[in-house]
Design a protein around this ligand. Structure first.
Ligand SMILES: Cc1cc2nc3c(=O)[nH]c(=O)nc-3n(C[C@H](O)[C@H](O)[C@H](O)COP(=O)(O)OP(=O)(O)OC[C@H]3O[C@@H](n4cnc5c(N)ncnc54)[C@H](O)[C@@H]3O)c2cc1C
Length: 404
C-alpha cells in the first residue's frame, strides 16, 4: 500500500477507471475534470446503452497491435466483465461480442463507477480546466486555466481525443502533452459519417438498406462490410460506413481518391436480374425496378445509367443501357470527399506517439511519473466496444503502475 498523491487529468472512461485502480492500491487520488460533471461521454456511448466491451477483442483490432497487447492481456474483456459485474453490472452480450449492461442504460455504468469513486474517497474536482502540467524535480504541478495549482507525485493524463468535443474532449490534451515534450501524430476523425460527391444525394436522403459496401482504392477493395447503410443529403452513414470511415479518412487526408462501392443487389445473380428485365419488356424501366431496390433510389440509378426518360419501356432500351443498369445494381461507386468531422465522430485516430509510452506500464518514456491512458494516445479500434475496452485496459495499467 502507498500514500502517493495522484492527479488524474480528465474524468472520462479512462480517467475514472485509472482513479479507481490507483485508489484501490492505496493512493490518494484527485480527478480534475473541466466539465461540471465527470463521465459525460460515457452517457452518449452505444446510443445511450454503452457498449462497454467486446468479448471478441484481440490486439489485431487496434491500429498498433503490438503496443496494446500487454494492457489487453492484463485487463482483458473478460477482466472488464468481471470488474463491472463486481460493481453491479450484469452483462448483455449481443451479436459479434458487443456487450451492454443488462439495464441497457449507459447511465448504469457511470452510476456504478461514481459509487466506487465515492466509496474509495477519490476527490473529484469539476470545472477544473487543466492547462499545463509541469514536472518539478520530484513531483508535478498541475495548473488550471484559472491559475489554481495542484501538486502531485504522479499524474495520469486521460484527456481523451477530439471526437464529440461537446463532451469536453476537444483535443486540449495534445498541447499539454506537447509542452511536456511528447509528439502527437496526425489526428483525424474515425468512426464517422462520410461525405460523398454525388449529384443525386438529395433525392436519396433517408433511404436505409441492408447490403454490402466496399471501400475501394486504386481499383482494389480494401475493406468490406455487410449491414445497414443509410444515404443522407451530405453522403452516407450507418454502422457499415462507420467501420470503413477510418481508412477512408486516412486516404482522403493524403489526397488519395477513394470510393464507397454500394452493392445494391446481393442476393440475386446478374443472370437473375437480366431475367427480370427480359420478363418485364412491356413495362417502363423505372417500374421494372420496383420490388428489386428501394423506390427512392430508382431515379438516381437511372440518371446514373444515363437513361433520359425514366418511363422508357424496357423493350426500347439498348442492350448497353440494360448492361449499365445491371452493373450499377451490383457496383454503384461514390467518391468520398471527407467526413462529418470530429463533432460527429465516435473516436479520434492519431494522438500521442505510442513510441514515447511504455506499453507495459503506460508511463511516459520522456517524463517519469507521467502516465497516459485512453484515447489521447494514438490508439483506436473499430465500432463495437473496442474503444472503451482500450480506455479500461490502458487505464488499469496506468492506475496500477502510477500507484506503485
Ligand atoms: C457518440 C459516441 C458513442 C460512442 N460509443 C461507444 C461505444 O458504445 N463503445 C465504445 O467502446 N466506445 C464508444 N465510443 C468511444 C469512447 O466513448 C471513447 O473512446 C472513450 O470514452 C475514450 O475514453 P477517454 O477516457 O480516453 O476519453 P473521454 O471519455 O473523452 O474523456 C476525457 C475527459 O477529459 C476531460 N478533459 C479533456 N481535456 C481536459 C482538460 N484540459 N482539463 C480537464 N479535463 C479535461 C473531458 O471533459 C472528458 O471528460 C463512443 C464515442 C462517442 C462520441
Amino acid at each position: 500500500m502507498t500514500n502517493k498523491e495522484i492527479i488524474v487529468v480528465g474524468g472520462g472512461a479512462s480517467g475514472i477507471l485509472a482513479a479507481i485502480v490507483a485508489a484501490r492500491n492505496g493512493a490518494h487520488v484527485t480527478i480534475l475534470e473541466r466539465n461540471v460533471r465527470i463521465g459525460k461521454k460515457i452517457l452518449a456511448t452505444g446510443n445511450g446503452r454503452c457498449n462497454y466491451t467486446n468479448t471478441l477483442t484481440t490486439q489485431r483490432d487496434y491500429n498498433h497491435p503490438e503496443f496494446v497487447a500487454d494492457a489487453l492481456d492484463i485487463f482483458s474483456p473478460e477482466t472488464a466483465l468481471t470488474f463491472f459485474t463486481q460493481l453491479g453490472i450484469s452483462p448483455k452480450i449481443e451479436d459479434e461480442g458487443k456487450t451492454y449492461p443488462l439495464s441497457e442504460q449507459a447511465s448504469s455504468i457511470l452510476d456504478v463507477l461514481m459509487y466506487e469513486l465515492n466509496h474509495l474517497n477519490v476527490d473529484i474536482i469539476t470545472n477544473a480546466h487543466v492547462q499545463n502540467i509541469n514536472k518539478n524535480k520530484n513531483n508535478f504541478t498541475v495548473l488550471l486555466a484559472d491559475q489554481t495549482q495542484y501538486k502531485a507525485d504522479k499524474v495520469i493524463l486521460c484527456t481523451g481525443g477530439k471526437a464529440m468535443p461537446s463532451s469536453g474532449s476537444d483535443g486540449l490534451g495534445y498541447p499539454i502533452a506537447r509542452k511536456l515534450g511528447h509528439h502527437v501524430t496526425t489526428i483525424f476523425p474515425a468512426l464517422v459519417k462520410l461525405k460523398l460527391d454525388y449529384p443525386y444525394l438529395k433525392q436519396m436522403d433517408g433511404v436505409k438498406i441492408s447490403s454490402i459496401v466496399q471501400l475501394v482504392h486504386q481499383n482494389r477493395v480494401i475493406k468490406e462490410e455487410k449491414g445497414d447503410i443509410l444515404f443522407t443529403s451530405y453522403g452516407i452513414s450507418g454502422p457499415t460506413i462507420l467501420q470503413l470511415s477510418r481508412k477512408a479518412n486516412e486516404l482522403v487526408l493524403k489526397h488519395e481518391t477513394v470510393y464507397i462501392n454500394v452493392i445494391l443487389v446481393n442476393s440475386l445473380s446478374k443472370d437473375e436480374v437480366y431475367q427480370r428485365f427480359s420478363e418485364s419488356k412491356d413495362k417502363p424501366v423505372d417500374f421494372s425496378l420496383i420490388g428489386l431496390i428501394n423506390k427512392k433510389l430508382i431515379s438516381a440509378v437511372l440518371k446514373e445509367a444515363k437513361i433520359e426518360k425514366q418511363n422508357t419501356l424496357v423493350s426500347e432500351l439498348k442492350d448497353q443501357e440494360i448492361d449499365h443498369i445491371v452493373n450499377l445494381l451490383f457496383s454503384w461507386k461514390f467518391v468520398v470527399t471527407g467526413s462529418k468531422g470530429f463533432e460527429d465522430a465516435q473516436v479520434t485516430a492519431g494522438g500521442i506517439d505510442i513510441n514515447e509510452i511504455d506499453s507495459k506500464t503506460m508511463e511516459s518514456k520522456l517524463i517519469s511519473g507521467l502516465y497516459i491512458a485512453g484515447e489521447v494516445m494514438d490508439i483506436d479500434g473499430p465500432c463495437g466496444g473496442y474503444n472503451l475496452q482500450w480506455a479500461w485496459s490502458s487505464a488499469y495499467v496506468a492506475g496500477l503502475n502510477a500507484s506503485k
